[in-house]
Design a protein around this ligand. Sequence first.
Ligand code: SAM
Ligand code: DTB
Ligand code: SF4
Length: 337
Amino acid sequence: MSSTITSQPVAFHAAAKKVAAAAVAHETWPVAEVVALFELPFNDLLFRSQQVHRANFNANEIELATLLSIKTGGCPEDCGYCPQAARYDTGVTAQKIMPLDEVLAAAQAAKDQGATRFCMGAAWRAPKDRDLDSVEEMVKAVKAMGLETCATLGMLEEQQAVRLKEAGLDFYNHNLDTAPEFYGDIITTRDYQDRLDTLGAVREAGLKVCCGGIVGMGESQLSRAGLIAQLANLNPYPESVPINHLVQVEGTPLYGQDGLDPLEFVRTIAVARITMPKARVRLSAGRRQLGEGIQALCYLAGANSIFYGEKLLVTGNPEVEEDKSLLQRLGIHAKTA
Ligand code: SAM
Ligand code: DTB
Ligand code: SF4
């Protein structure tokens, strides 16, 4: 909790003013004001995030994005949450880059199930220029199928981002993951500034930015607020904001981490919605573990995108039929292209 915030009424007032302002212009969000949002009574927070959501989106529409791991495992980085880091014994075997025909078959299946965005992920620290030759082919072909394209390949140089843009890439995903002060507890093989530099290169190339983070890694509420403030203060803020709940994988350093109160996860979604009113806030990893009730609260809080399909990159996701059932019971329909 921030030492500058002393009473609930003050926090409430400051947060309420911000909500009104955020609907009209890009705002700078001091961490203390984001903390004030986190500290609102739950019903007040959700009421406000609903107001922002409804002012900017159809509240009963959701985006379906399907993920595919095009290059799995064997990653040299040390991200403490990640089952694909070569240094952790997680049972994931390193594979070569997936052939184009398999990628296209997966993209077609995703489209047939109703997805409008296809995100290709690779367990690289950074792609080599020759890796990009293959990814360019994938992007061109997936785009030609009428899907929005997204890739997450690690750190990028600006010239590489330009190549992807020219191939037809719409979004590049690169997460800040957590607040700067907690980051070093989770990753040591690349620093926060490296991530900001990649995001800058992506923007410069004219790509849309997909950037979010992970909660449930043992961070404080102040660090959750710090992550959201970092994202909201990017100018412009990201078009897509994936909020992941840590999926604990045996063999990773974060396995066995104390669980986060699921209502704190819902609060994180609500605060992302309020501070980044026009972003697609994606309820990302961890949905299977969170269950239907918490997912429904996340949609109420302003999440309007999910990863859709039985697998994330290497871990499980709800079955398509389960998602269709929940969304149908909630009266939420899928965004069409
Ligand atoms: N290697 C690239 C990179 O790190 O930028 C792209 C793929 S990486 C798996 C993409 C993101 O997935 C990470 O930044 C992290 O936010 C998320 N992620 C990875 N493992 C996760 C886990 N166990 N639980 C939740 N999110 C996870
Ligand atoms: C993001 O923020 N979450 C996705 C996507 N971007 C690439 C990845 C989640 C990975 C969950 C664990 C796994 O299956 O590897
Ligand atoms: Fe590698 Fe990305 Fe996993 Fe980090 S998150 S270990 S960079 S695949």
